[in-house]
Design a protein around this ligand. Structure first.
Ligand SMILES: CC(=O)N[C@H]1[C@@H](OP(=O)(O)OP(=O)(O)OC[C@H]2O[C@@H](n3ccc(=O)[nH]c3=O)[C@H](O)[C@@H]2O)O[C@H](CO)[C@H](O)[C@@H]1O
Length: 396
């Protein structure tokens, strides 16, 4: 064949491949994914202007109903049936401490009652071998009482500061420092009272998921747990994207792209072995890797993480992420070190206890911290007790 003919047919083949790639990309990214994902809250395709307000209202309404149900549940539960949770055994494998203040905004949502209702269900499902001891740490130090904690007194052990300590704690410190001191108080008091082998601290708007105890137990059976200062059990869903600067996620992202592309190309070559030249396969591999990476990110990493719930072994453990402390596991006696570290720092707006903890794990020699994914709790608090709240809380 003359040289010009060879070049022309090569050019045709390439332009054909480029056209195919373009058509596939347009169909996937401009038609299929937008159609499938425009209602998914954590997808790039989510149409905020159309759905955010209505979804936020719906979730608020559901939260209110759940809160009122929880109130009714605790008011109607007979003390004898549930009071066994208040007899705390010494040296348990796991102690769960739930930190709570009286909430002014969002008080009708009874977050603490919701969390404890779920907790009691999970504890009951463990059977006679209790999966954890549970304490409610009521840190309200204002003149009013923490109404929800009061209701729970018949069912769970509730710990508080003495009136003198309360007065001292109210001394003119900012909310973030007070929040940190409250956390330290709960960690130390829990340890002193029960001397547990491990501690989980939940904030009062962190609703444990069904897999909570199974996964915590599995984490504690792994050796990394005893070389870590803490394991974060929750990270906000909106920050779970690959495009958030967490180095390990980039590896996961490229890895998934490569696996997807390789699987696709292998199945192509199985059905049509003659159509693949080496150069075309490398180009294809590159293209499909990028294609899968883009598709996964645009769909939303959050939804992909949910697949890991299939088994506790599949939960991913990675270096700790920065924001938020709704649910934290402190293996062994690390809670004592955490209390000491926190005691030695002063919190202000922009440097709250979550940031301080993260910095400590990074800067103190020998300390490390981890996060587990997917989340083991749902954050149900639409109203913050440490920050100002918008008139209408929104999901994003
Ligand atoms: C979902 C989320 O992003 N939550 C984070 C956000 O909390 P939020 O701004 O969402 O505040 P929040 O109302 O959830 O309060 C966090 C916790 O602090 C407790 N509390 C509150 C007031 C007080 O004087 N003493 C006290 O102990 C309260 O009971 C709760 O257990 O910021 C905090 C740091 O500031 C933590 O990093 C929270 O994990």
């Amino acid at each position: 064949m003359p040289r010009w003919k060879t070049l022309f047919s090569q050019h045709l083949r390439w332009s054909n491949t480029v056209t195919q790639a373009l058509v596939l990309s347009v169909i996937t990214f401009c038609v299929i994914l937008p159609l499938c994902c425009h209602r998914l809250l954590y997808s790039y395709y989510f149409i905020k202007t159309m759905y955010l307000d209505s979804m936020s209202e719906e979730v608020l309404h559901e939260g209110l109903v759940r809160g009122q149900d929880a109130l009714q549940f605790w008011q109607s539960t007979s003390t004898t049936a549930s009071s066994r949770f208040s007899d705390i055994a010494q040296n348990p494998e796991l102690l769960v401490i739930v930190v709570s203040v009286q909430r002014n905004e969002g008080r009708d949502f009874h977050y603490l009652l919701q969390v404890m209702r779920q907790m009691s269900g999970l504890l009951e499902s463990c059977g006679s071998q209790r999966c954890a001891e549970v304490l409610v740490c009521d840190v309200e130090s204002g003149p009013q009482e923490n109404q929800d904690a009061k209701i729970l007194e018949d069912y769970f052990k509730v710990i508080r500061r003495s009136p003198l300590e309360k007065r001292r704690n109210r001394d003119s410190v900012n909310t973030f420092e007070r929040e940190k001191r409250d956390y330290v108080f709960c960690l130390r008091k829990g340890w002193e009272l029960v001397q547990p082998k491990n501690i989980v601290v939940l904030e009062d708007d962190a609703l444990p998921k069904q897999d909570f105890f199974t996964v915590v137990k599995h984490l504690l059976s792994r050796t990394f747990a005893f070389q870590t200062l803490y394991v974060k059990l929750y990270h906000p869903e909106r920050l779970q994207r690959y495009w958030n600067p967490e180095p390990y996620r980039i590896l996961e992202w490229v890895g998934l792209g490569l696996v997807g592309a390789t699987a696709l190309l292998l199945s192509f070559s199985y059905w049509n072995p003659c159509s693949f030249s080496f150069t075309l396969s490398v180009t294809h591999l590159l293209f499909f890797t990028l294609y899968f990476m883009a598709a996964i990110e645009l769909l939303g990493r959050h939804y992909l993480l949910e697949v890991r719930r299939f088994s506790p072994q599949l939960y991913a453990v990675s270096p700790a992420t920065e924001c938020c402390t709704p649910a934290m596991l402190f293996p062994g006696n690390s809670s004592l070190r955490v209390a000491e570290y926190l005691d030695g720092s002063f919190c202000v707006k922009g440097n709250a206890k979550d940031i301080v903890l993260y910095q400590m794990a990074r800067t103190i020699p020998g300390e490390r911290a981890h996060s587990v994914e997917p989340n083991l709790v749902t954050h149900i608090g639409a109203f913050s007790s440490v920050r100002g709240n918008p008139l209408k809380p929104r999901l994003l």
